[in-house]
Ligand binder design. Structure first.
Ligand SMILES: *Cc1c(COP(=O)(O)O)cnc(C)c1O
Ligand SMILES: [Zn+2]
Length: 419
């Protein structure tokens, strides 16, 4: 292999194994299978050790050999290495011995895990010579493409379904991205983007750049393993939209094992969806290895993909690892958001409510045994989905700036508490 590709060797079809050059292309021309980046693990093993990683800056790029760019990354160099928080109070509430929160609600710069995939996709897009970047988004991806493109001086087009939360729309417009609202669901947006990508020669991060883009999600898994003291969790609960993040966190643990950075061990990967858009969870619960597309209707809009591109592979990972899927209603999503906030002081978006709600169900049903340890992946920030929760968090109590009124308020509260 040539140095000009860094540690990458080729793109390879996941179905038939045909190899392709490292260009902006994503499907096999023989069977339409998805293409994936192949690496030179022998070379990686020589330069990526626990010591070399620990000596590097605290961002997702400390695992740079395992990320698909040829040279040094140029976009999003500060992304990642978000906190892994020991969540003792939430553990008690959910009835599990040990619990951790991987908190991508505070990822840089746009407060969701999507900064990881965008950092990779835009760095690679630049290497391949693109100057216009674009995406089909359920919201967070639009925010991240818009922000990172602005910082990199790239022109961007982000296409979103018309019914997104205001928080996510404003968070794209402010960066002066071209924000196009499509009258339809995400699946309609995605289909249109495939057509545009074919015609205009732009770098669509999750269409023609998808093999590179998707690899960025692995960094969440690498960080979890390093932050746990070089071991993978017994259980990881991951929200699923296309199902890509789930498959990539699993791949991250496998690669770390292959490189001798962690030991082999049982690690169950569980998937979380909203009941209003649960194609993958419904299939897993019925023991099927394929899903039926659905029309989404849920407050968890970031997860509202009715035809998940990686659904088939996500089901396979859960089956192979002895993991399970569950789904939760809108009310259970809000309960999940409040539980995480009240117990750990972390305000997650609706997808986080899905993850917490599903973890609760999996623990209650014994699918995650109470004596085990689990990591919950919190992937987005609650400030972006205020619409979903604002009328469900109680109200402020208003008084004049008077000590007497404040005392009266406390007195009245005492009385209602006793009554
Ligand atoms: C995009 C997204 C996910 C999951 O994405 P996949 O398509 O399954 O990789 C999870 N949480 C949030 C907040 C997201 O924006
Ligand atoms: Zn193929």
């Amino acid at each position: 292999m040539s140095e000009k590709n860094g540690f990458m060797k080729a793109l390879k079809c996941r179905e038939c194994g045909t190899e392709y050059p490292l260009e902006a292309t994503h499907v096999c021309e023989f069977d339409f299978g998805p293409l994936e980046v192949v690496y030179d693990y022998d070379r990686i093993k020589k330069s990526l050790t626990r010591e070399s990683i620990a000596s590097r800056a605290k961002s997702m790029w400390r695992y740079r050999e395992l990320l698909p760019v040829a040279g040094e990354p140029t976009v999003g160099t500060q992304v990642g290495f978000t906190p892994l928080v020991k969540a003792d109070r939430l553990a008690k509430r959910l009835g599990i011995r040990e619990l951790w929160i991987k908190n991508d609600a505070v990822n840089y710069p746009t407060l969701s895990f999507k900064d990881r995939v965008v950092s990779v996709a835009l760095s690679r897009a630049r290497e391949l010579g693109f100057d216009v970047v674009a995406c089909a988004s359920t919201g967070n991806l639009a925010n991240s493409v818009a922000a990172n493109a602005a910082a990199a001086g790239l022109k961007s087009y982000v296409l979103i379904p018309h019914d997104l939360e205001q928080g996510k729309v404003v968070n794209s417009l402010v960066y002066k991205a071209n924000v196009i609202s499509i009258k339809g669901h995400y699946d309609d947006v995605n289909k249109l983007c495939a057509e545009i990508a074919g015609k205009f020669g732009w770098a669509f991060v999750n269409v023609n750049m998808r093999p590179y883009y998707a690899e960025g999600s692995k960094s969440m898994g690498y960080e979890i393993a390093e932050q746990l003291g070089w071991q993978a969790p017994q259980h990881t609960v991951i929200p699923m939209a296309s199902g890509s993040l789930l498959t990539k966190v699993h791949k991250a643990f496998q690669e770390f094992e292959k490189l001798g950075l962690i030991e082999a061990g049982e690690r169950h990967i569980h998937g979380a969806q909203a009941t209003g858009c649960n194609p993958i969870a419904a299939a897993e619960k019925s023991g099927l290895d394929f899903f039926k597309p659905v029309k989404p209707n849920t407050i968890a809009k970031s997860l509202a993909i009715g035809t998940p591109a990686d659904g088939f592979y996500a089901l396979k990972v859960m089956k192979e690892t002895g993991g399970h899927a569950e789904d939760v209603t809108d009310d259970e999503i809000r309960d999940g958001i409040r539980m995480l906030a009240e117990c750990e002081g972390i305000f997650a978006e609706t997808a986080g409510g899905v993850t917490v709600g599903v973890a609760k169900k999996l623990i209650e049903s014994g699918k995650i045994p109470a004596n085990d340890s689990a990591v919950l992946c919190i992937t987005g920030n609650g400030l972006k989905t205020m619409d979903a929760i604002q009328s469900h968090v109680g109200q402020t109590r208003e008084i004049r700036p008077s000590l007497r009124e404040f005392e009266a308020l406390l007195e009245a509260e005492k009385k209602t508490a006793v009554a």
